[in-house]
Design a protein around this ligand. Structure first.
Ligand SMILES: [Zn+2]
Ligand SMILES: [Zn+2]
Length: 435
């Protein structure tokens, strides 16, 4: 369609406005800006809670062009307004994307948001099609009896103690209990009391949920001053919990009193700017050696002695300098083996008796930030990781070539929002061979 010119003939001082109607002959493709933003979106940039960080939908369906002024005459410059329908995501023509009402339509020129592969949209992603809502029954149900347990224990002395079966009460004493005013950032079950669950939140509060005492609400708010990243129990003394926090401290707290002992403070001089502020993320307990292992947001690992309550080693640089170490896990069978994962897109295996920068035994490359990495609970020979690239990966044996994972499961966990990151865990109840 020919451009329409709207200009008042009587007034030569007013700029004529040129309106271009929708036409398909010109197709200018702008590559969209930061569609897949930095991996810091989950977990790290916690300053704003639960905000939609979406960068896709730029509401520019109309474009305004200012043409260069005509230097040969005194007429004011012409302003051209284009009413061509363009894609809100890639700015290309011929298709539409973005929100239509409450429904989000994918741009076909972008890779699928779920599996990150090009050629299809999220709606037609093959990983989206799953029977039974994606739930596939385990190949062998847990039918083990007490006898199985005793024989297993003969074969493998490291299998965990049997816990009494948790009985879900059929009487509801209380409907809704709210412990936290901010986002919950970690959960940990009590190792011996099935009715007790601990939770930590963004404000640094720790809640103790005891289902047998629903009328009692226990929240400790004097242990940490900001995000509780990890809670672990001391298996030698299950009345004591350890917690690591973004306030840079590691605490050891008696559950009855709620009085914390600070095992480590990485910011002894207080706030001296964001570049120097240290936060503690990854944490695990090495019961055999009596150590609490913690790691900070600068890629370093520290050892803390549980008995003397002092620093017993470190810092060791175990991930790229200046990047966050998100998780730590000690091997359940060989406690000298440590698995770490971080923002440098790697999970790494270490021998904690010979730690120095670059001395890792293996480095498992991931597409993006690794949220968690765990050895399998019984044999410690498998590895399970969760990464923000929407994949859960399994390595079947740490004794073979670990160049690539044995399995990759596409699972939607990249929400582009400040949510507590997903972490896939092994189910300790399932007893499989070599699990
Ligand atoms: Zn598009
Ligand atoms: Zn896909």
């Amino acid at each position: 369609m020919a451009p329409l010119t709207r200009a008042k003939a009587s007034s030569s001082r007013v700029a004529p406005i040129l309106i271009q109607r929708d036409s398909d002959d010109s197709d200018h493709y702008h590559s969209s800006s930061s569609d897949y933003d930095d991996e810091e979106q989950v977990g790290a940039g916690d300053s704003s809670d639960d905000e939609d960080m979406g960068t896709n939908g730029l509401p520019t369906s109309e474009e305004l062009h200012h043409e260069p002024p005509n230097t040969t005459s005194n007429a004011p410059p012409r302003i051209t307004i284009s009413l061509k329908k363009v894609c809100k995501v890639c700015k290309g023509t011929g298709h539409e994307a973005g929100f239509r009402g409450a429904t989000y339509i994918d741009c076909p020129r972008k890779p699928c948001y779920l599996c990150k592969m090009p050629g299809h949209t999220t709606m037609s992603c093959p990983h989206r099609v799953a029977m039974e809502h994606g739930v596939v029954p385990a190949p062998r149900r847990n039918t083990s009896t007490t006898l199985d347990y005793i024989f297993q224990r003969q074969l493998n002395p490291n299998i965990p103690m049997i816990k009494p079966t948790f009985v879900i009460p059929d009487q509801l004493t209380c409907g809704i209990i709210r412990f936290h005013s901010r986002r919950v950032t970690c959960l940990e079950f009590h190792p011996t009391k099935n009715s007790v669950l601990l939770s930590g939140d963004k404000k640094g509060q720790v809640g103790i949920w005891d289902y047998s005492k629903l009328h009692e609400k226990t929240v400790y708010n004097s242990i940490h001053t900001c995000i509780v990243n990890n809670i672990k129990f001391n298996t030698d003394n299950d009345g004591t919990m350890y917690a690591s926090s973004s306030d840079g401290t590691v605490s050891c707290t008696d559950l009855e009193t709620g009085v914390p002992f600070v095992l480590l403070d990485l910011n002894p001089n207080g706030w001296i700017g964001p570049a120097a502020w240290r936060m503690v993320y990854g944490m695990d307990i090495n019961t055999e050696k009596g150590l609490v292992l913690v790691a900070d947001n600068f890629g370093r690992l520290y050892f803390l002695d549980t008995r003397s309550r002092t620093r017993a080693g470190g810092p060791f640089l175990i991930h790229k300098k200046g990047t966050k170490v998100v998780g730590l896990h000690c091997n359940p069978v060989e406690p000298g083996l440590l698995l770490s994962c971080g923002n440098d897109h790697f999970a790494r295996i270490w021998d904690i008796r010979r730690l120095e920068a670059g001395s890792s035994l293996d480095n498992l490359r991931h597409g993006r930030v690794v949220n968690s990495a765990y050895f399998s609970p019984r044999t410690g020979s498998k590895i399970l990781t969760t990464s923000i690239d929407n994949r859960i990966r399994v390595w079947d044996s740490i004794f073979t070539n670990m160049e690539s994972p044995s399995r990759e499961i596409v699972h939607s966990q990249d929400f582009n929002r400040h949510l507590t990151p997903f972490r896939a865990e092994w189910d300790p109840k399932v007893i499989l061979q070599n699990h």
